[in-house]
Design a protein around this ligand. Structure first.
Ligand SMILES: CCCCCCCCCCCCC/C=C/[C@@H](O)[C@H](CO)NC(=O)CCCCCCCCCCCCCCC
Ligand SMILES: Nc1ncnc2c1ncn2[C@@H]1O[C@H](COP(=O)(O)OP(=O)(O)OP(=O)(O)O)[C@@H](O)[C@H]1O
Ligand SMILES: [Ca+2]
Length: 553
């Protein structure tokens, strides 16, 4: 509980029909019911609520008609307090209330004052405190994908989000996208970004991906950095991004807020939260391909995505159908994965601890990375010298996944890599080797239970800063038996042309945050804290989740 600090105001006000001592400091608004009788009353405990000023959404003066008085039967009736124009004697504070499962709601409390001047002092003081919070956005650029998920993006925004932004005094410029890549291209070239304090994405992970591609690209071009070069550290984006979930998986929202709920996300935007995030840049022969913040998956997840694209009309259920199909198909792929292990960091992919709001692992590793970057500039030491040796693993894999964050989503509430961190500068490289269908099912099922999905002898996981993948048919001649390689290439071509032949294809595709990559041989580098979201990471549940924080009296 935050300490109240110096009081700015302290008055006796009424909430409904009871008298309360109400106080305001720079950090807290507190209202505590007055006990009229000095005699202890076991059935009428002292009620005290407090709300952090940073979680007040807005304050409004009440019109006379909205002031209520209690009838004898206990119900409430609206009354006119007094005639005349300067007689507003009540004000309402709208604030964040925590509900179960990380959901936030907008709650309100109305205070009635003994005189209009006192009411005005309260309203002005609260507004002054709110305007002193510089991290809150005032002007937002909103992109809506009308075709996300179950095609409810527009309705969700208009009914659930826009009214909250209006109440909080946040202005918006709303754009409904007209085709794929519309938002990306608008951000890259046209959008007047200086006019805005943030960008809001109404849609799914694919829409979020468009937004980051537009913003990151624009930031590099404006800052004179070449986005194609895998060795160059990218410039972080200054605008924060808010996600109003309306898509099929929405794993970025789920893993940064703890729930896929448009109202909760809108409230995190209004209070001006900030969550830094790692982004992987994916390259092929030093040509930039795409960015990824959640899953880069080859094999199983690549095949599920490829198959599901043909079933877009089915909506979110397409992933489950393609998942079952690809599970039964049971393709494995040969190749080599080389990676640069993340050294000197806190945390491992097998930790029991999770990345949560105010995560110490992210803070520690982020600080260490920026110190290292400074040293690197001074010493001009090569990255491979300071990071250690590259390691290479060759084999037959059912899946190669890089999870830069947990990838928790409603399908798998703990995610692909439950101990991954949002902003520690690393990605978790998960290798699932060829195994039986039964074993692969055991591995998949563990994503939905408490059991460790990595505690299987055909699964390994490494926390890395960079990795490369080369499919077998692309490996150099020295790595392979040439004769066998030739045979493989011929068969893979035949199998692509005649999918019914039943022969296993030689290569899969990469699923990059839900988009199919055009290349299979890729070079991936983690760019630490490249973007920031209007989120704060998943909060640890509090004991009083469904109440306004009771005061420590
Ligand atoms: C038996 C139940 C096993 C359940 C196993 C569930 C594991 C689910 C892990 C989900 C990881 C999501 C990672 C997020 C990726 C996003 O960047 C991306 C864009 O939105 N989404 C997808 O690619 C969408 C990917 C969706 C993948 C769905 C996979 C479903 C697998 C179902 C396997 C069933 C086997 C049944 C055998 C009888
Ligand atoms: N107006 C539009 N018409 C068609 N496609 C669009 C439009 N706007 C955006 N898109 C594209 O739609 C795709 C899916 O969008 P989005 O992520 O919002 O929904 P989704 O149902 O969750 O899909 P996914 O599971 O692929 O993330 C994105 O790749 C995006 O580029
Ligand atoms: Ca990470």
């Amino acid at each position: 509980m935050e300490r109240p600090g110096r009081l700015l105001l302290l008055s006796e006000l009424r909430v409904r029909n009871s008298a309360y001592d109400v106080s305001l400091s720079r950090s807290l608004l507190t209202w505590k019911r007055r006990i009229s009788s000095p005699v202890y009353h076991p059935f009428r405990p002292s009620v005290c609520h407090s709300v952090s000023v940073s979680e007040i959404i807005s304050v409004r003066e009440e019109e006379e008609e909205n002031i209520c008085k209690r009838r004898d039967d206990g119900s409430w009736k609206k009354i006119k307090e007094r005639e005349g124009k300067d007689c507003r004697q009540a004000f309402t504070v709208l604030y964040v209330e925590r509900c179960p499962q990380h959901r936030w709601r907008c709650a309100e409390v109305t205070f009635t004052c003994s005189e209009a001047a006192l009411c005005q002092r309260w309203v002005n003081s609260i507004r002054e405190q709110l305007s002193a919070i510089t991290s809150r956005p005032k002007q937002l650029l909103v992109y809506i994908n009308p075709y996300s998920g179950k095609r409810q993006g527009k309705r969700i925004y208009e009914q659930k989000v826009a009214p909250l932004f209006a109440q909080a005094g946040v202005s918006t410029h709303v754009i409904a996208t007209e085709h794929a890549d519309y938002a990306r291209d608008h951000l890259r070239t046209e959008a007047e970004l200086k006019k805005f304090d943030g960008v809001v994405c109404v849609g799914g992970d694919g829409m979020f991906s468009e937004i980051i591609h537009g913003l990151i690209w624009r930031t590099q071009i404006d800052g004179g950095v070449d986005p194609n070069c895998a060795d160059e550290a990218l410039l972080p984006c200054s605008l924060r991004i808010g996600i109003i979930p309306a898509g099929s998986t929405d794993c970025i929202c789920f893993a940064t807020v703890g729930t896929n709920d448009p109202v909760t996300s809108a409230l995190h935007i209004i209070v001006g939260d900030s969550q830094p995030m790692d982004v992987c840049s994916v390259h092929h022969n030093n040509i930039f391909l795409r960015y990824s913040v959640s899953l880069l998956g080859y094999g199983f997840y690549g095949d599920v995505l490829t198959d599901s694209e043909r079933k877009r009309w089915m909506g979110p259920a397409r992933y489950d159908l393609s998942g079952v199909k690809m599970f039964l198909t049971h393709h494995y792929y040969e190749g080599a994965v080389s990676y640069l292990p993340a050294r000197g960091i806190m945390g491992t992919p097998r930790d029991a601890a999770r990345c949560r709001s105010g995560c110490v692992v992210c803070q520690h590793n982020g600080k260490q990375l920026s110190e290292k970057a400074e040293r690197y500039e001074m010493d001009e030491a090569s990255e491979s010298e300071s990071e250690g040796e590259w390691r290479t693993i060759r084999g037959k894999f059912l899946a190669i996944n890089a999870a830069s964050m947990s990838c928790a989503c409603p399908r798998s509430p703990k995610g692909l890599s439950p101990a991954a961190h949002l902003s520690d500068g690393t990605t978790d490289l998960i290798l699932v080797r060829k195994c039986s269908r039964f074993d692969f099912l055991r591995h998949l099922l563990r994503h939905t239970s408490k059991d460790d999905q990595f505690d299987l002898n055909f699964v390994e996981v490494h926390r890395v800063r960079r990795f490369c993948f080369t499919p077998r048919h692309c490996q150099s001649d020295s790595d392979l038996d040439l004769r066998e390689n030739g045979k493989h290439q011929i068969f893979s071509q035949i199998c692509r042309d005649h999918p019914a032949c039943g022969c296993a294809p030689a290569y899969s595709s990469w699923n990059c945050d839900g988009e199919i990559l055009t290349h299979t041989a890729i070079d991936v580098r983690v760019q630490s804290n490249l973007i920031r979201l209007f989120a704060r990471g998943i909060e640890e549940p509090t004991v009083f989740e469904d109440l306004t924080s009771p005061c420590a009296i």
